[in-house]
Design a protein. Structure first.
Length: 446
């Protein structure tokens, strides 16, 4: 393979999220989030795992930034816990919470690492859930208020902002299937929560334009859907699945409309949204963040309400989370984004895999060849998309650290750095050492 060259300024980094690594969820005046509440509800998470300690990053943040510098990271994507900033969700500001993230940002900058800040990575203040959460249309104002607090505190030091992380997972997991906080199971609530999340996205971007002077975008998890056969049923099912996961958020954000398949999927549960709502949602964005993990070979089935589902590939390689390793899907997806939405700049804001890692060997080594192979092939797929004309500005590996995988608890390890949850010792895996070389060579060593 000829040497791969990445664009000048292409940012190499890693990503995490507050609830998954910080621990100390109620420290220094913070309020509870829906994940604090959900994880402490018996039966909601594997082994009853909670974010009470996680990777103890709330206390070990300075050492973690030192580790990022040692690995040569150029950027670090993290999220802010809303309920550390506004313990009741709105109104009173908890300055100790703002100060935590201000110190973190300063430490990143002092170590030559660019911060990418995600405002919402699933941890809604519990106080707002008690007021209806994302089912309440006021949530757009709540979110814009919270975003404005953070813009005023950090804009200028933070120059790349993200409003929402993966609205599809928030609603499919938290409102339709109940696997994620707040654990609702309603075909009728799902479109309402989804729409209000996007209204909140729009309101937060509008607020940013009045306060901020840099860049703001949206992060979506999308995956290419390939029909399992050329039958009419599988073709139609693939179209529905594509609209439901891939177009449902990017279309309103970038085109100001929803794909028509959503009315077909949700039927009488899909309201006729007001045009003013779509105008609010469609705000000029500076970039789109793409979280990519896998593809879906899709067939028609009797699943509710989508009537479509993935077919396991007999010759496929699968990760610990049951996702097929399919790098070409990332290239196909990025080209699709460019073709459908134009030349909007993109970042790969998450890409990575959980594999069964061996314990830390003598001398502090963690051999993770499957993860290295996954990363090498997927970063190569990003390069292929760049060669195809996609404007991709960076790659954030998921994840910096092994961390709390939501309802799956600590059972899945996505980190390039191993975390011993008993001692909190961090040990860079072989993949971290390999990634450091990729960064140092700007991709040439891939
Ligand atoms: N599962 N999994 C790994 C990873 C999850 O840990 C992140 O929080 C999400 O943004 C996204 O789902 C991807």
């Amino acid at each position: 393979m000829s040497q791969r060259t990445f664009p000048d300024g292409f940012l190499w980094g890693a990503a995490t999220a507050a609830h998954q690594i910080e621990g100390s969820p109620m420290a220094d005046g913070a309020g509870p989030s829906i994940w604090t509440r959900f994880a402490h509800t018996p039966g909601m998470t594997l082994n009853g795992d909670t974010g009470d300690v996680a990777c103890d990053h709330y206390r070990r943040w300075k050492d973690d930034v030192k580790l990022m510098r040692e690995l040569g990271l150029q950027a670090y994507r993290f999220s802010v816990s809303w309920s550390r900033i506004h313990p009741e969700g709105t109104g009173r500001v908890n300055q100790a919470g703002v100060d935590f993230y201000s110190r973190l940002v300063d430490e990143l900058l002092e170590n030559g690492i660019e911060p990418l800040l995600t405002l919402y990575h699933w941890d809604l203040p519990a106080a707002l859930e008690d007021r209806g959460g994302w089912l309440n249309r006021d949530s757009a104002d709540w979110f814009a208020e919270y975003g404005s607090t953070m813009y005023r505190a950090l804009d200028g030091r933070v120059k790349k902002w993200v409003t929402l992380n993966e609205p599809w997972v928030i609603t499919d997991g938290g409102y339709l299937h109940g696997a994620l906080a707040p654990g609702h199971r309603s075909k009728y609530e799902t479109p309402i929560a989804s729409h209000n999340l996007m209204r909140a996205h729009g309101a937060a971007v509008k607020a940013y334009r009045d306060i901020g002077k840099h860049e703001i975008g949206l992060v979506v998890n999308i995956e290419p859907k390939y029909p399992a056969s050329d039958s009419a049923e599988d073709t139609a099912a693939t179209k529905r699945a594509h609209a439901y996961m891939n177009e449902q958020y990017l279309d309103p954000a970038l085109l100001g409309r929803y794909p028509p398949e959503l009315k077909e999927i949700f039927g009488d549960a899909w309201p006729d949204w007001a045009a003013a709502d779509l105008e609010l949602i469609r705000q000029q964005l500076d970039f789109i963040g793409i979280n990519y993990y896998t593809r879906s070979v899709t067939q028609a089935n009797d699943s509710y309400p989508l009537k479509a589902g993935a077919v396991r590939q007999p010759l496929g390689t699968y990760t610990e989370t049951g996702w097929e390793v399919y790098p070409k899907g990332l290239t196909d997806l990025l080209v699709w984004v460019k073709e459908r939405y134009g030349d909007i700049p993109m970042y790969i804001t998450e890409n990575g895999a959980a594999f069964f890692d061996p314990p830390v060997a003598e001398g502090g080594r963690v051999r993770d060849p499957l993860r290295m192979d996954y990363l090498q092939k997927h970063i190569g797929a990003v390069h292929d998309a760049i060669q195809a004309g996609c404007d991709i500005r960076g790659y954030m590996l998921w994840s910096l650290l092994d961390n709390l995988e939501w309802s799956l608890g600590y059972s899945k390890r996505f980190g390039m750095v191993h975390v011993n949850y008993g001692t909190q010792e961090r040990t860079p895996k072989d993949s971290a050492r390999w990634y450091s070389k990729v960064i140092a060579s700007h991709g040439a060593s891939l």
